[in-house]
Design a protein around this ligand. Sequence first.
Ligand code: X8Z
Ligand code: ZN
Length: 579
Amino acid sequence: MSAARSSEGASRFFDEVEQELLQASVESQRADWVYSTFVSEDTEELSSAALARLIAVTVRRAREAARLSSAELSGPDARKARLLPLSLPLLAPADPGEAQELTRIVASMQARYARGRYTPHGRSEPLDLQGLSRILSESRDPKLLEEVWSGWHRVGREMRPEFERYVALANAGAKELGFADTGVMWRSKYDMPPEELAREADRLWEQVRPLYDALLGFVRRRLQAVYGADTVPASGPLPVHLLGNMWAQSWEALLPLLVTGPAAPPYDLTKLLVERRTTPEEMVRYAERFFVSLGLEPLPATFWSRSMLVRPRDREVVCHASAWDLDYVEDLRIKMCIEITGEDFRTIHHELGHNYYQRAYGRLPFLFRDSAHDGFHEAIGDTIALSVTPAYLRRVGLLGAADREEDDVPFLLERALEKVAFLPFGLLIDKWRWEVFAGRIRPDEYNTSWWALRAKYQNVAPPAPRDPEEFDPGAKFHVPANVPYLRYFLAHILQFQFHRALLRSAGHDGPLHRGSIYGSKDAGARLARTLEMGTSREWPDALEALTGERRMDAGGLLEYFAPLRRWLDEQNRSGAQGG
Ligand code: X8Z
Ligand code: ZN
C-alpha cells in the first residue's frame, strides 16, 4: 500500500509490515539454523537467499515508512518508523543481483571461518578453533603458542577480497536508506545521535581504563617471571599469543600463573564439573534452574529436543555459541559446542539470557521484539553468571568447601581476567570497523590499522611483524559473520550496573562480588519487567526500570572490583620497587 493518510492508516500499515516481516524473518531464521548446524554449499545458498529476501522486504517497507508524515505517526508508530530501517545489521542495495551477492559473501566468509583448521608440527590431525584454543590456554611453550596463534590467523587472509566487496555492498545498501555508511547505521540504534554514542563509549572506557592498566601491569610482571624479559618487554605492548586466548580478549587461563601457593583459588569450576562427570545437558539445566529460581518459566520442551549442545561428528557446523528464537515466540534454542569447562558454564548462562529475553518480548508487536539496545541483550545472561559465586555453587551442591575471606582476591582476579581484560577488545573491534565503513581505513591499511588499534587500546602486539597482506580481523568470528561488537563492550559495563541494582532488590548489602540473586523473586520480577519492555521504549527507560538510573555507568564495575584494585595497586607498587 502507499503512504498512509491518517494515523489509523499508519497503524494499519505497520500491522501489515509486521506480518510480512515476521514471515520473512522466520523463513530466514530457519534457513540460517539449518545452515549453521550443517554447513554445506546447498545450505549456504538457501540461507543467503532467504536473508536476501528478508533484507529486500525490510528495505522496501522502510522506504514506504519514510514517506509517512510526522502528523500521521503517533507514539508507538513513530517509534516503529524509526526502528524499521535499523532492524537488521546488514542492508543491501535494492538491486536483487547485488543483494544476493552480498548475502552470499557473508555466508561464504562464515563458512571459511567454520572450516578453519591448522595442524601444529608433530600432530597428525588438523585442529579446529576449539582445539587450537585449548593449546593457547594450557601450553607455556612460547614457540608452540606462536605457531598455533599464527596457524589460526591464516583463516583471515583468504577472506580478505570478500571482505572488501562486502564493505562496498553493505555501504551501498545503507546509503540507499539514507545512512552515510554501515557504521553510522549501526551507531544509530541507540536512541541518540550516532556521534554521541561514540562519545559515550569513550567516556565509559576512560572510567575503566585505570583498572585495565593496573591489571595489565600486574600480568606483565608475572609473565616476565615465567617467560623472561627477552620475550616479555618491561614496557610497551604485550605479546598477544602469551595471554591464554586466541584474541587475548579474556585472560582467565593465566590464573594459575598469577596466583600460587596459599593464595591460589580454592576451587576450579572446570575440575568440579569434570570430576562430577557433568554432561553438557546438565550444565544447561543448572542455568535453567537459576532463571526458574527467579520466578521465570522453565524452557519449553522443544528447547531440549531442537537445540544443538555438542559438536556433531559427521558434519561441519558454526560452533560459535548463539541463542535463537525461530518463531519469535516460543521456539527457543541454543547452538553451542559445549565443553565441560567453567568458561562454557558461564557462556551457557549468557546464551540463556538471550533466550529469556526473547521469550519475554515475544508478545509485543514484531518491531518491538528486541532488547532495549543490543548491549542489554548481551548483558542479561552475564548478569546472572555474576551471581555464580562460591556461595551459590555450594548451595547447588557443586562445591563443598566453605567461603573464606582470603579467597576473595583469587576469585576477583579470575573475574577481572575475564571481564576487565575484555573491555578494550570489546571497544576496538568496532572502532576499526567504523573507520573501515567510513572509508578512512583503506583496504591496503586493513591489517596495519588493526594492530595500531590493538596496541592503543589493548596494549598487545603480534608475536612477529605481520605481513600487511594478512587479514587478522577475519580471524575473529564477528567480523566474517557481520555481528556488531560494541554491544559486548556496553554489556560488560551494564552487567555490573544490573548486578548491583538486582542485588539491592534481593536485599543483599555486602560486597558486590559476594552477592547472588539466586532464588530472589523480587530481583526476578524487576528483571522480568525490563525484559518484557523489549524495545518498545527508549533504552534509558528500560535502564531506569532495572536500576533507577538513566545513564550507562561503570560505577558498578569499579565497586565490584574495588578490593582487587587495592590489591593490584599494592602488588604493582611492591613489584615496581622489588623489580
Ligand atoms: O559472541 C559472544 C557470545 C554469543 S553472542 C558467545 N560473545 C563475545 C565473543 O565471544 O567474542 C560473548 C562475549 C563476547
Ligand atoms: Zn550473546
